[in-house]
Design a protein around this ligand. Structure first.
Ligand code: ZN
Length: 109
C-alpha cells in the first residue's frame, strides 16, 4: 500500500517518490520533509519496511517542527520512528481501535 498523503497537525503533506535526495550540505538522504511546500519525499528504491520507517521518520520531524522543537536530533527522530513502526507492527488491534475512533464521527469530516 502506497501512502500518498499524510495529515500532520492539520497540514496535509503529499508523499512523493524522489531519487537522489540530498541535504543542503549534499549529504545523501533516503527521505526529506519540506515544511513550506508540505511535501515528504521518499527514495523509491527503499524496500517496503524501510519505506514505512522513513515515512515515520519524516512525520516525526513534522510533528516536532510544528511543536517548535528545533532542537531535535536525528538519533531521537530515528529511534522514535523505529519504535513506532515496531509497536504498530506488533499490535494490529491498536490500529483497528484507532480507526474505530473516527468511524463514528465520519459525518463531521
Ligand atoms: Zn531526519
Amino acid at each position: 500500500m502506497t501512502i500518498e498523503k499524510v495529515k500532520i497537525g492539520g497540514i496535509v503533506y503529499d508523499v512523493i517518490p524522489e531519487e537522489r535526495l540530498q541535504a543542503d550540505d549534499r549529504t545523501a538522504l533516503i527521505g526529506q520533509i519540506d515544511y513550506e511546500a508540505a511535501v515528504i519525499k521518499i527514495d523509491p528504491k527503499l524496500n517496503s519496511q524501510m519505506n514505512i520507517q522513513t515515512l515515520w521518520h519524516e512525520i516525526i520531524h513534522g510533528i516536532f517542527h510544528q511543536n517548535g522543537r528545533g532542537d531535535q536530533t536525528e538519533e531521537l527522530i530515528d529511534s522514535t520512528a523505529y519504535s513506532i513502526v515496531q509497536v504498530l507492527r506488533d499490535n494490529h488491534a491498536l490500529m483497528d481501535a484507532v480507526k474505530e475512533l473516527d468511524e463514528g464521527i465520519e459525518a463531521v469530516k
